[in-house]
Ligand binder design. Structure first.
Ligand code: SAH
Length: 343
């Protein structure tokens, strides 16, 4: 029988598994602390548990790990990019960044992606599979072990579409925030979506308190559908309606991501249209000068990005340009995995 991946279990699920195995329920909390606070990688290290039970745990469960296949560390700002190997031979990426207020990690939620955004390297190689909650957690834990740093905040902005892997993502959030485990406040977590509208309503109704980032990238349906196929299914109007519902239900403001692409979406008229769309909403606009990928000719015009920002500000919008970290180890999202797998 295949062993159960113990890092994918919520506390109630682990309690249930232990009871099924004829053990006492309270053991689950002890084990949870070993797994998610002390982050041990072997049942033998769980020293307040009898050797007999440790041996038994080892026959029922496994503690899966990720392999650091490639590690790129920036000389300029200590950013570290990881290419992880998963147990089935697939790969995903994470990026660990240092800010004044603490360490933040950007993690992947799927191997590849189905969404097909034109400017995104993850989309080009297609979709392989969803990540498990255990694999998402391990992206954080392995980076902490490797770097010796403590992760303070998490962004789900790596490879994949988190709302297309909804169940595993929600379980990951539950495990990460469990007060018996790591207890991370989900106020320190952002989830980025290309706009799977029904799942935005579902996420809002769970009231988890996390920040929602929405990848908008255009201000008309025609232009958005051109670069983001998902827009043909759920257009801007229905997306913004779901966003308003998210703000009303959770009380959190939304962050709109806008990858600024030269000659595609960076004119002042487009900035005006964007501000008309978002006026009155409790939101923030994050401009990302597009990160060029080999397969496409997209680029960013720094001056146009600045003009775009000023135009939005003039119209009263709350806007920032994303800081570029790790510029010397630059690889657009998904590029590291793609280059490695093509070798
Ligand atoms: N699927 C989710 C999260 C992954 S992408 C989403 O679409 O939001 C994380 C962010 O990076 C998204 O805003 C995405 O549109 C953006 N992105 C992807 N490729 C990019 C590139 N080459 N340059 C700039 N931003 C990019």
């Amino acid at each position: 029988m295949e062993k159960t991946d113990i890092l994918s279990l919520t506390l109630p699920e682990l309690e249930e598994e232990l009871i099924k195995a004829g053990e006492q329920k309270f053991r689950a909390k002890q084990i949870y602390e070993w797994l998610h606070v002390k982050k041990v990688t072997d049942f033998a290290e769980m020293s307040n548990i009898s050797i007999k039970l440790r041996t038994k745990l080892d026959t029922i469960f496994c503690i899966k790990r990720l392999i650091v296949v490639k590690r790129l560390e920036s000389y300029t700002d200590n950013t570290i990019k990881y290419l992880y190997g998963l147990s089935d031979g697939s790969h995903v990426e994470s990026v660990l960044m240092e800010y004044k207020h603490g360490n933040s990690i950007c993690i992947s939620t799927q191997v590849g992606c189905k969404m097909g955004c034109k400017f995104c390297a993850s989309a080009i190689a297609g979709f392989v599979r969803d990540l498990t909650p255990s694999e998402m957690l391990s992206e954080i834990y392995e980076a902490e072990r490797d770097s010796g740093r403590h992760v303070d905040s998490v962004v789900l902005m790596g490879i994949g579409e988190p709302l297309d892997n909804f169940e595993n993502t929600v379980k990951f959030l539950d495990i990460l925030s469990s007060s018996e485990g790591r207890g991370m406040s989900l106020r320190h977590l952002s989830l980025s979506t290309c706009g799977i509208v029904p799942k935005i309503y579902d996420l809002a109704s769970l009231k988890k308190g996390l920040t929602l980032s929405v990848s908008l990238h255009a201000s008309s349906d025609e232009e958005r559908s051109e670069i983001m196929p998902i827009n043909r299914k759920w257009g801007i109007e229905s997306l913004l309606k779901a966003c308003r519902d998210y703000i009303d239900t959770t009380g959190r403001r939304i962050s709109f991501e806008y990858a600024v692409i030269k000659g595609v979406n960076d004119s002042e008229a487009q900035a005006d249209r964007l501000s008309d769309l978002l006026r009155g909403m409790n939101c923030h606009i994050n401009l990302i000068p597009v990160n060029p990928i080999k397969e496409r000719s997209y680029s960013a015009d720094r001056k146009a990005v600045k003009r775009f920002k000023e135009r939005l500000e003039k119209r009263g919008m709350n806007v920032t340009i994303r800081r570029t970290l790790g510029a010397d180890i630059n690889a657009a999202c998904g590029q590291l995995r793609r280059e490695y797998e093509m070798m």
